[in-house]
Write a protein that binds this ligand. Sequence first.
Ligand code: ADP
Ligand code: ASP
Ligand code: MG
Length: 870
Amino acid sequence: MTSNASAPLSAGAPWIVMKFGGTSVATLPRWQNIRELVASRRAEGARVLVVVSALTGITDALKQLCAQEDKSKRIEAAKMIAQRHYDLLDHMQLAVPDTLAVRLTELARLAEEGPAVLGELAWSALMQAHGELMSSALGAAFLSHSGLPTQWVDARDCLAAVALPNQNERTKLLSAMVEAKPDPALNTRLAKLGEVFITQGFIARESQGRTVLLGRGGSDTSASYFGALLKAQRVEIWTDVAGMFTANPRQVPGARLLQKLDYEEAQEIASTGAKVLHPRCLSPLREPRVPMLIKDTNRPELEGTVIGPEVREHAPSVKAISARKGITLVSMESVGMWQQVGFLADVFAQFKQHGLSVDLISSAETNVTVSLDPTENLLDSDAVAALASDLAKVCRVKVIAPCAAITLAGRGMRSMLHTLSGVLAEFGQLRVHLISQSSNNLNLTFVVDESVVDDLIPRLHEMLIAAGALRTDDSALFGPSWQSLYGSGEVVAAGDAWWRTESRDRLLQLGAEATPRYVYHMPTVRQQARNLKTLAAVDRLHYAVKANTHPAILRALAEEGFGFECVSPGELKAVMAAVPESAPLLFTPNFAPREDYAWAFGTRATVSLDSLYPLEHWGEVFRGREIVLRVDLGRGLGHHEKVRTGGSGSKFGLPVDQIDTFLRLADTHSVTVRGLHAHLGSGILDDKHWGEVYGQLASLAERIGSVAFLDIGGGLGVPSHPGEARLDVAALDEVLRKVKAAYPHYKLWMEPGRYLVADAGVLLTRVTQQKGKGSWRYLGVDTGMNSLIRPALYDAWHEIVNLTRLDEPATALYQVVGPICESGDVIGSDRRLPEAKEGDVVLIAQAGAYGKVMSSPYNLRDEAEEIILD
Ligand code: ADP
Ligand code: ASP
Ligand code: MG
């Protein structure tokens, strides 16, 4: 055992504070990790103070218990809470230690007694404190029993809450603060007692001796207080995620790890909504300059985030996007108030009186709007109502709730405003109640209706961090994505593309003969097709041929058992010419002319409709037919605004609220709705998405009655960077199998496109010229947006390599551009490549989908040829 092997510590040995959050202390395997981690810190020659949260869910359970008026229900709830601890001890094969038994008895007594004796707030604080008192008692027993003698310390004997002028009783007891100056006496007192200690997060004691809380999530702050009191070498926050990410990784799996932050930046991200750190936990560390580390208890090998005093110099950039829900806005209107001396003072006096702290402010000639943040205010509707009624005496008041504040955080926000036009456009479609740019130049905050936030955050992340990151070499700023660290799917390895290995010489030869040339690798098409064929839950797969209509690809996919989805008569004809009569066909046009439908009914294709108009105006074309109805489920998804095909901002699909009208029209013309279809967008890597679509379509189908199959669209993403996780096909199958089990009477159809062909195709082009402009270097190649429009249209990132010099070091930073007379003719920005020469063969990867099919004769340059490699 590591600790026993270590030499005894001197009185002056440094301290390391290790805080473990709720999920980190809830199971035996986590405690085994904690034991190893603590032992390894002790072996570094440090005294260790472990700070623990309550077992996950216990603080919530205690809060609920406190809200319960019925005594017998309170007693019952206390028993359930005790049981959680007994269960964990059982797993640990430990008897209930006396230290825990005492807590459990006290909890039961307090539950029975109720708030009458101590007063509501003090009683509630003491009850909730038991979560941490119990978990720390349990932890002390486990660690000591596993050979690491551990002293239990009552945090309330070390952390003294300070009285602040603007506190009311509620904030004093439930959201207290501690002044944590280095305390050598505490250091000496503890050093005499031992080497490893455990104490509680979340709690402190005020001057009258009552137990107080530091606010929800406050255990992080306890760790920092201890870090400051003991002037620790560092404070380590151990949680369920390996650090602070550019957004909440549970919401944005592509969020990137922020490996290094300074106190100010981290503070900004934490206080604007990143729950991984409590908003108050950084300020105690600043003065003593104690660094903080954030790590994953379950994956200690991952690097994590280091927060320290050093400010890193880099260009202004958005480092993180965070959101806070539950924001209340108070809008105050009064004619000409701006000129009235003391108006604002009067208004703010009211906020002070009601104990409410204001967060954001915006003002105009006749209006002042402020936001109230629930984390700082312990908001309840009574407090806001009382404030509103008092304010109504001096101005017209409107309370707007629930709102959410979305914050873009990073150094130098002001100098970035001009780059945020896309973001402003995204907000433009929504109701933005307030915009605020912080005076420290570290954040820009938008307050919107709460309901839009969940959808908006991934889109903003894509636009500001993912898309930007894809275009430049960003590894200095951002670490790996959460998905690549934790994704269950197989991760794309650098260097495993077909064109790097066996086909390279052939490609160089093809490139030397003529360019531009598209080259398609048929084994890759077949491999992707076979991956999808393993989806046992799917009854029929249709290839969305718009991605690539080359006859060899159509034939190969027909041989692999695919049907075909076509959006125009031209595509239907191409398929019918290339593949056998038996392959199923879907015709899913959008805003097509009347004659297209009439013609398609003459083929074997299943026809889909996505608006009322055709039935309203051309009913006879559809009379007696069976059709598929494409619906809009009200939201779109995908890697770029222009590939999202759902929601009011997109022209596709019949809105759900028009389905009844559609069905009436269908009835009038004896049209039967046999299938329902939805396709929300492209480039989706989250397997759960299609399960949700199936579930939604199935519940609509139940209302309709005649439906036999549900087509859940395509959009299966293809990762483009090494280290990104591939779509996990087995997990997708599991998701679909589960949701299908709930509605077994429908056949399940899908229509993937890009997934099948993107990786199979490359575009070969040759270097024409180079140009330097200031510090910029342009590398010209002989084709551009005329052959591959995706970078210009979707900001798509395509890997670009100099195939001639694949093994040479990448020493130049190039903007790779084509010969088209458009500024947008940029295939890749900021690409690190070997120093190039005229005639070098350059390969643009992942060009098998939406490449040749979207090419144009613009500028009358030669079209790229297509070559098949079998
Ligand atoms: P603990 O119980 O260990 O204190 P929390 O649940 O309080 O853990 O905080 C960890 C969680 O914070 C993560 O699981 C994650 O969902 C959430 N989170 C929100 N924003 C971020 C972010 N920007 N980076 C990392 N985690 C975040
Ligand atoms: N147990 C407390 C809470 O759930 C404090 C913490 O975990 O940080 O809010
Ligand atoms: Mg926490």
